[in-house]
Ligand binder design. Structure first.
Ligand code: DAH
Length: 327
């Protein structure tokens, strides 16, 4: 009879199941809304009346049998699943991410300068020759342009900025003084990689324009900044005369720092009083306003602070190096 055949078939299939998914397939096949049993129940009305009672009883028995078998097997699977979680096994270790050392240091530099009332400015890495050179008092044939072996883009007069100083120009062209900004960013030069050169590196620019700004304002700011950054209250700082076309007078800033067991002055920044021509190029009257500017290399600051011997380490992204700075 149909019911017996179905019972045998279901028993055989139940023996063969390997997963909860197999079990579910069987449930749907027999007990589902369009399942085999449903069809047999629907057939009930076609059975001769005297056999109908017996047929119905057997069908019910089959239904209860299948429901029970499926329930038991499902429980068995669930128990097995629970057993597979072994609480004595070591946990799955997920490494925590951290910022790159340069990102971390730029954040620190910004924090100190914001504390000294500098606002953060940004500028594009693709610049005009005007913003990068001309407006900064570096005319076309000036030898200073050789100092910063420039990467020219295909378009004429468009370059990868060689320093963050063009952000000075952009800011002065759009804002009226007083201005007090710092501007971190990536800069590019036509340099090959070696221990102290990289074709791409980072600088932080500073600019303060107001009335009656003095060189001692600049000195004081540089001293406070460097003592904070190098975390040394009595850090010895030296200003030596230097030359930049966009400042007059100009200075190089060096700090007394221990390197390879002996103390020496290491240069960490360039600075000076903004050249009147630069102000004029930005439509600011040098008779009324004046100011100072400074520029620092972020990699350079980091290398001095943490005794990092080679600039390439910042860009190789070797994890054993970077991890040392995951504070
Ligand atoms: N732009 C200079 C460079 O890349 C660094 C610099 C020096 C910036 C003196 C300044 C400054 O703002 O006053 O070498």
């Amino acid at each position: 009879m149909e019911i017996e055949r179905l019972l045998e078939e279901a028993k055989k299939e139940l023996e063969e199941i390997k997963s909860p998914e197999d079990l579910e397939k069987i449930r749907i096949k027999y007990l589902g809304r369009k399942g085999e049993l449903k069809k047999l129940f629907e057939n009930l009305k076609n059975i001769q009346p005297e056999k109908r009672k017996e047929y119905g009883r057997k069908l019910n028995e089959l239904k209860i049998f299948l429901e029970e078998e499926i329930r038991k097997r499902r429980e068995r699977f669930e128990k097995k699943e629970k057993k597979e979680i072994d609480p004595t096994l070591p946990g799955v270790y997920k490494e925590r991410g951290y910022l790159h050392i340069l990102k971390e240091e730029i954040k620190r530099i910004e924090e100190i300068l914001v504390g000294l009332c500098f606002e953060i400015e940004k500028g594009p890495e693709i610049e005009t020759e005007f913003n990068n050179f001309e407006a900064l008092n570096i005319p076309e044939h000036h030898p200073a342009r050789d100092m910063q072996a420039t990467l020219f883009l295909e378009k004429e007069k468009i370059i990868l900025r060689t320093h963050t100083s063009p952000i000075q120009i952009r800011t002065m062209l759009k804002k009226r003084p007083p201005i007090r900004i710092c501007a971190p960013g990536r800069v590019y030069r036509r340099d090959a990689f070696d221990a102290s050169h990289s074709p791409v590196f980072h600088q932080v620019e500073g600019l303060y324009i107001d009335k009656d700004v003095t060189f001692s304002n600049l000195k004081g700011t540089m001293e406070i900044f460097l003592r904070e950054y190098f975390e040394k209250k009595d850090l010895e700082i030296k200003f030596a005369p230097s030359y930049f076309p966009f400042t007059e007078p100009s200075a190089e800033v060096a700090i007394l720092w221990e390197r390879n067991g002996k103390k020496e002055f290491l240069e960490v920044a360039g600075c000076g009083m903004v050249h009147p021509n630069v102000l004029k190029n930005c439509n600011i009257d040098p008779e009324e306003w004046n100011g100072y500017a400074f520029g620092m290399g972020v990699e350079r600051l980091c290398m001095v602070k943490y005794s990092i011997p080679d600039i390439r380490l910042f860009f190789e992204n070797e994890k054993r190096f970077l991890k040392q700075f995951s504070f």
